[in-house]
Design a protein around this ligand. Structure first.
Ligand SMILES: CC(C)(COP(=O)(O)OP(=O)(O)OC[C@H]1O[C@@H](n2cnc3c(N)ncnc32)[C@H](O)[C@@H]1OP(=O)(O)O)[C@@H](O)C(=O)NCCC(=O)NCCS
Length: 160
């Protein structure tokens, strides 16, 4: 059972400077995310496209979804996303951490990660894992993640 409340729209950052304008950044943990917007966000960082049907299922079955957005002409513009899967007791794994390139380098990735960790801790999850692309290992290390604790090695099995 999640101990955190699903929130529709809470203000995360008041008046972030974006291209000379001040924009408010909101956070939502609702799962009804627009999949086209998410695909656009993932495209913006060059990720390989995944089938919509599978992304929809993955989101539905995730323990926690966090999306970041700002509001433009009365519409939400998705600029950040992360999700976590979990056994709801001990472990959670964070996936799909992304901030739109226009909004990178402004502290949003760090804020997004802090939020996801806080939400998981509020559900009493003790072990949080993730798989870091080589170019972001330092980003995660600075947030307290450690490589190979106690000699543990991540191992993978893929269909041949
Ligand atoms: C990785 C990512 C989420 C970081 O988001 P961001 O909003 O640019 O990061 P922030 O501005 O919050 O940076 C927080 C800190 O991490 C540092 N940082 C950011 N990206 C980094 C990187 N790739 N490597 C090392 N440090 C990094 C920043 O310098 C900053 O340091 P500071 O706290 O000392 O000032 C973002 O670059 C991104 O979406 N990348 C493409 C997708 C991706 O690679 N996701 C991870 C998949 S495992």
């Amino acid at each position: 059972m999640n101990n955190f409340k699903i929130c529709d729209k809470i203000i995360l950052i008041d008046k972030l400077n974006y291209k000379g304008n001040q924009v408010d950044i909101y956070l939502s943990t609702k799962k009804d995310i627009n999949l086209y917007d998410l695909e656009k966000l993932c495209d913006s960082v060059g990720w390989v496209r995944r089938p919509f049907r599978k992304v929809k299922t993955a989101i539905e079955h995730s323990f926690l979804i966090i999306s970041l957005f700002h509001v433009q002409n009365n519409s939400n513009v998705l600029i950040g996303f992360a999700r976590a899967t979990s056994d709801h007791a001990f472990n959670a794994t964070i996936w799909d951490v992304v901030i739109h390139p226009d909004f990178q380098g402004k502290g949003l990735g760090k804020t997004l990660m802090v939020q996801i960790i806080q939400h998981l801790r509020s559900a009493d999850i003790t072990t949080i894992t993730l798989f870091a692309d080589p170019q972001v290992v330092t980003f995660y290390k600075n947030l307290g993640f450690i490589l190979d604790p106690d000699g543990v090695r991540g191992m993978f099995w893929y269909p041949r």
